[in-house]
Design a protein around this ligand. Sequence first.
Ligand code: CTP
Length: 142
Amino acid sequence: MKQYRIGYTQGVFDMFHIGHLNLLKRAKEQCDFLIVGVNSDELVMQYKQKTPIIRETERKAIIENIKCVDQAEIVDTLDKLNAWNRFHFDAIFIGSDWKGNSRWEETGRQLRQVGADLVYLPYTDGISSTILRKDADQKVEG
Ligand code: CTP
């Protein structure tokens, strides 16, 4: 039996890449039902001051058709307690790149109080949406 019943993870998942896939596969190894929150275009604009290359409806469509994903929903807040109230997950999974981040440590404490675990999964080195965007820009600049 898997460790958790409902697992949750949230991100932009722009230009879906192998780092995203590794994270989702590892998350599904630990839960029966994996829900993925896909950050809305407006939310990404608010906190990153840039719009994703792939629009939210398409990012959601890609994510929900990945074999290890059971449900995908567009979310418009970074507040993980808000996500917990919506999805009642038993664990939230994030990449180990966030380890030591004080905001996530506080989130972990808050989620513990409602009975959910914060689980760090290995980050895949050398790939990110930011890197892909930069590489593409460099190719254009030539
Ligand atoms: N992630 C990962 N390995 C990578 C890239 C992302 O494990 N190489 C994880 C992140 O830790 C997060 C999830 O995938 O839990 C979604 O991350 P997201 O921010 O959408 O992906 P990035 O490609 O890192 O995007 P950006 O470069 O804009 O930060």
